[in-house]
Design a protein around this ligand. Structure first.
Ligand SMILES: [Zn+2]
Length: 266
């Protein structure tokens, strides 16, 4: 379904995990971020792109290689693709296995592929994508391959899997990197006077203090780990998130133990 439609961009929302795909329409190109999940949903995005295409160049940006963010890649073989260097280098076979398991369980038959990447982002930089200047921020922590992006003239920040109002942080890479990435996003919100803030899961935010609140709640939650559970009232309580929290807690505990072991080596 369509979560939000503005003049220059549309946010599609999957029925699964409220995952967003964003389509940006410029005069000379179309830019799609993280097409996902279900075949009908991906087909709707593809159809809308054809309706708006008018010979414009198509770009697809992947914020990270998690399977829910690359699952729709098969439908856009004609796009110029963009992702981080870590995305290109990382082995994604586990992610592709996840897609396969999901498809098998629900009798879905669609191609499963990791997208090959044409434009590789190695550092924080601004690139002209068609006529659109896009600033890429490397934001690991949730995942090592993760990047976020910002379009300054639109005051638009696309976070990927940070800044959600409906789920707690998923620390699947590194908690210290996660905290630094939250800082990067907070700084961008102030520096570029962000008006539109799009998370990978959940609702578009158009209020700057709410954007900061989302990021600070994530920060406070991580800083309180592994001993406390500082849960935001906006994150639902259920078994799945209990398991996510337990995984986060163990991750931070393990990283603290590793750090202490390293210090003792000196
Ligand atoms: Zn993710």
């Amino acid at each position: 379904m369509i979560q939000a439609k503005l003049q220059s961009f549309t946010i599609y929302e999957s029925a699964l995990m409220r995952t967003t795909s964003t389509l940006i329409e410029a005069d000379d190109c179309l830019i799609l971020i993280d097409p996902n999940w279900l075949p009908e949903e991906v087909a709707t995005i593809r159809r809308d792109i054809e309706l708006k295409r008018e010979n414009k160049e198509l770009y697809v940006i992947y914020t990270h290689h998690h399977f829910d963010h690359i699952i729709g890649a098969y439908a856009f073989p004609d796009a110029t693709t963009i992702a981080s260097k870590a995305f290109v280098e990382q082995d994604s076979s586990e992610q592709l296995d996840e897609i396969q398991k999901f498809y098998e369980q629900y009798y879905i038959n669609r191609p499963i592929r990791k997208p090959s990447i044409d434009l590789v982002i190695q550092q924080e930089e601004t690139l002209e994508i068609g006529s659109v200047p896009i600033t890429f921020f490397l934001t690991p922590g949730h995942d090592a391959t993760h990047m976020s992006l910002m379009i300054e003239p639109m005051h638009l920040l696309i976070c990927g899997d940070y800044g959600s109002n409906i789920e707690p942080p998923f620390i699947e890479h590194d908690s210290a990197a996660y905290l630094r990435s939250l800082q990067t996003l907070q700084t961008a919100i102030y520096e570029y006077e962000i008006r539109w803030f799009i998370p990978g899961h959940g609702d578009l935010c158009d209020n700057r203090s709410d954007m900061i609140k989302r990021l600070s709640e994530a920060e406070e939650y991580i800083l309180a780990l592994p001993h406390e559970r500082l849960w935001s009232p906006s994150w639902p309580e259920h078994d799945f998130f209990d398991r996510v929290h337990e995984r986060n807690r163990k991750m931070v505990e393990q990283q603290e133990a590793d750090r202490q072991a390293r210090q003792q080596d000196y």
